[in-house]
Design a protein around this ligand. Structure first.
Ligand code: DNO
Length: 349
């Protein structure tokens, strides 16, 4: 297990030097943020990220994310141009030492929550998803100020409306076909660059706003891995994205896909499942619905040796900043992951 931590680049108030002080830290997880989705990342921008990471004594080997342009997901004629740009990014990242690239194939919206600062009993705040609130929102018509950090804020309402209409005309099978087309071009390039591709599950793992979502459960992950049956075509096991549905047995999935050598990256966080939604909890098992030790042990005992990062933390101790991505609670999460892993190692001896 290689412990890692997400860093949002030079504008992030949390610096690589701070991240370096978390015990056991191995890698920075970052991306080039100054280029629109679909364009080629400059070698200079990649080199600048690498230099800042190197200077802090951490490894520069994981990217989250190289985003996939909507035209690829929609299967438009322009997709070949964007796929070639994607491949060029992989070549440049491979040259710079990147070994793992996280991405997702969610139409339009990345991770979705209804509130980013829900106050918990202990006074900390967390991200929550309440179904009735989602049902009340029409991302096209509502005047609500529901904007989420994962959402692509570069769309105007009109553009959003147009792209959602295009997806509404598409079936899930169409989305699968477009994903297969993408993988058949990209995975051979990733393999030649010694990069493991790690798709992130849809978060939450069900359809929202009537848009198709396919990376949601074991059956679909099996199908995904068979689309291009190559070890470089793997997954980011996001415990919170899968775990917010009680239909997903995350411990079983961790064991199964680790044994297959197809988990390249793990996002570790806990969620408390509610009858109609979920709340993000602290990482500790007893704080949420997931058995975090059983997940860590399943990974360990099945030979997982990829990257792990603490995922969303609560906001604690008065910290302000990017929701889910403060320093303090994610650092607590990292320390907890270290403890789980040490226990799994010692139990296996
Ligand atoms: C949320 C993240 C996601 C993830 C992308 C991967 O906090 O886990 O936004 O980075 O889905 O492409």
């Amino acid at each position: 297990m290689k412990l890692s931590f997400r860093w949002y680049g030079p504008d992030d108030a949390i610096t690589p030097q701070m991240i370096r002080q978390i015990p056991g830290m191995h890698s920075i997880v970052t991306a080039v943020y100054d280029v629109p989705v679909g364009e080629v990342w400059s070698r200079e921008s990649i080199a600048a990220l690498k230099k800042q990471t190197d200077d802090a004594g951490l490894a520069f080997d994981v990217i989250e994310s190289v985003p996939v342009h909507e035209d690829i997901k929609l299967g438009k004629p322009t997709r070949d141009h964007y796929i070639e740009n994607y491949c060029e990014n992989l070549r440049r990242l491979g040259e710079a030492g990147i070994r793992c690239v996280c991405y997702n194939f969610m139409p339009v919206f990345d991770w979705t929550r209804t509130q980013l600062d829900h106050v918990r009993d202990d006074g900390s705040t967390c991200l929550v998803y309440y179904k009735d609130q989602v049902d009340a929102v029409d991302p096209l018509k509502s005047d609500s100020d529901l904007t989420l950090p994962g959402w692509d804020a570069s769309y105007t309402r009109e553009q959003l409306s147009a792209v959602v209409a295009e997806y509404n005309a598409m079936t899930e099978e169409d989305l699968w076909n477009n994903l297969q087309y993408f993988l058949e071009k990209v995975i051979p390039v990733a393999a030649s660059c010694n990069i493991n591709m790690a798709i992130h599950e849809d978060d939450p793992c069900w359809s929202i706003f009537g848009l198709p979502r396919i990376i949601t459960d074991e059956k679909n992950l099996d199908r995904f891995l068979h689309l291009v049956d190559d070890p470089h075509n793997g997954i980011t096991l996001c415990t919170g994205s899968l775990g917010c549905s009680c239909k997903n047995d995350v411990v079983h999935m961790a064991a199964k896909y680790a044994a297959m050598g197809r988990i390249h990256f793990v996002h570790m966080r806990n969620v408390k499942i509610l009858p109609d939604g979920f709340e993000e909890s602290g990482h500790l098992s007893s704080d949420g619905s997931l058995d975090m030790y059983a997940i860590a042990k399943a990974l360990h005992d099945n030979g997982f040796d990829g990257y792990v990062r603490p995922d969303h933390g609560r906001m604690i101790w008065g910290e302000t900043g990017r929701p889910g991505y403060g320093l303090y609670d994610r650092a607590l999460g990292a320390a907890y992951i270290n403890g789980l892993w040490e226990a799994a190692e010692k139990e296996a001896q």
